[in-house]
Design a protein around this ligand. Structure first.
Ligand code: PMP
Length: 369
């Protein structure tokens, strides 16, 4: 074999699209997370043992085949009480958001977003030629329904609502979501139910009844499969039909497909994990009360905490003590606020000890009142 030497003489003169050049960079940590992970709202423990068994049954020969998503899509549809045409599996909800925006947003369209909210809506929208219209929540970070309703225009093409929302943990009601959908029949109402299991309320039963409603669900949170990248888009067949044109047929890999049915079947594991988190959340909120630290009551597996001007130091000290938490100060209306994921009770007891030591060292909360 002859050796090929590549000699670079000059940098490439190719420019990306102007919209891409203007995009903000999003840098989640892609390494160094060997600690108590209370920073990205994942399951903090494990997936179901039934999923581990399914993984161990995968042969080398199985890996030679392209993924076959259709039978698994049918299983997920049945689980959600929907028809197979009403469900599309995706490489996490991130891909679902990306695909929906590519499918529906064009120049002159508006994406309506209550903020603060999940970062990737803004990231993916900024790669399209649509405009992002952000509606700021008040200091209580409750869902800004009236303002969002008033911001709908004939150009509104997608309204994206994380329910419950991140990083606030607050939720919109079913009636509010239906009113928004009815007010904007020319737009898609995307309800992102990533944290559904901790909230217990859904609008997925309204798929097909509310004609412009699309719901997204993830397997990254309660199910503990963030590493496999699995999401679901559920909506009317007539809308999903267009999204499927944009979606790669193989974006959900065969390991993820093999793990999904046992994950759905093991409801005992899911129920146990959710109950554990909800109890841990109650204990953690009580610890914040005791420390006189303000927080926003949450419907999800995380709590947004008001740390104040020392937020950077707080996050650094928590990390040094082995607990990762997420500074959300860069989010609109969130200066000084840090989001802390809720894990199991045992994990959160350790987190509370580290939290109290850090608050005391930095003289935050009790120490300053
Ligand atoms: N939606 C919301 C509201 C989220 O908080 C997250 C994860 N942080 C996602 C979607 C992404 O989910 P996935 O891991 O399925 O891409």
């Amino acid at each position: 074999m002859t050796e090929t030497r590549i000699v670079t003489l000059a940098p490439p003169q190719v420019a990306p699209r102007a919209r891409v050049q203007a995009m903000k960079e999003y840098h989640p940590p892609l390494g160094s997370r060997d600690a108590l992970r209370l920073d990205f709202n994942e399951n903090t423990l494990a997936c179901s043992p039934k999923v581990r068994e399914a993984l161990s049954r995968i042969s080398a020969g199985d890996l030679t085949r392209y993924p076959e998503r259709a039978p698994v899509e049918a299983i997920v549809a049945a689980h959600l009480g929907l028809a197979a045409e009403q469900v599309a599996l995706t490489n996490g909800v991130d891909e679902a958001i990306h695909v929906l925006f590519e499918t529906f947003l064009e120049a002159g369209d508006e994406l309506l977003l209550p903020v603060p909210t999940y970062t990737m809506y803004d990231v993916y929208a900024s790669a399209t030629d649509a405009r992002v219209l952000a509606v700021q929540a008040g200091d209580d970070l409750q869902f800004p329904f009236e303002r969002l309703f008033a911001a709908i225009t004939p150009r509104t093409k997608i309204i994206a609502i994380a329910n419950p929302n991140s990083p606030s943990g607050s939720a919109a009601t079913r009636a509010q979501l239906v009113e928004l959908a009815n007010r904007a029949p020319h737009a898609v109402l995307l309800v992102d139910e990533a944290y559904f299991h901790f909230h217990g309320e859904t609008v997925i039963d309204l798929i097909g009844v509310v004609p412009n409603l699309i719901v997204a669900r993830t397997f990254s949170k309660a199910y503990g499969l963030a590493g496999l990248r699995l999401g679901v888009l559920a909506g009317p067949a007539s809308l999903l039909h267009w999204a499927r044109r944009v979606l790669s047929p193989y974006s959900v890999n065969s390991l993820a497909l093999a793990c999904l049915p046992p994950a759905l079947e093991d409801t005992a594991y899911l129920d146990w994990y959710v109950k554990e988190v909800l109890e841990a959340r109650k204990e953690f909120e009580a610890a914040l009360d005791a420390a006189c630290v303000r927080y926003w009551p949450s419907r999800a597996n995380f709590v947004l905490v008001d740390i104040g001007p020392q937020h950077t130091e707080f996050v650094r000290s928590m990390r040094a003590a082995g607990v990762l938490v997420r500074d959300r100060s860069g989010d609109p209306g969130c200066d000084g606020r840090v989001r802390i994921t809720i894990g199991t009770r045992e994990q959160m007891q350790r987190a509370i000890l580290v939290l109290n030591e850090t608050l005391a060292t930095l003289r935050i909360g009790n120490e300053t009142r």
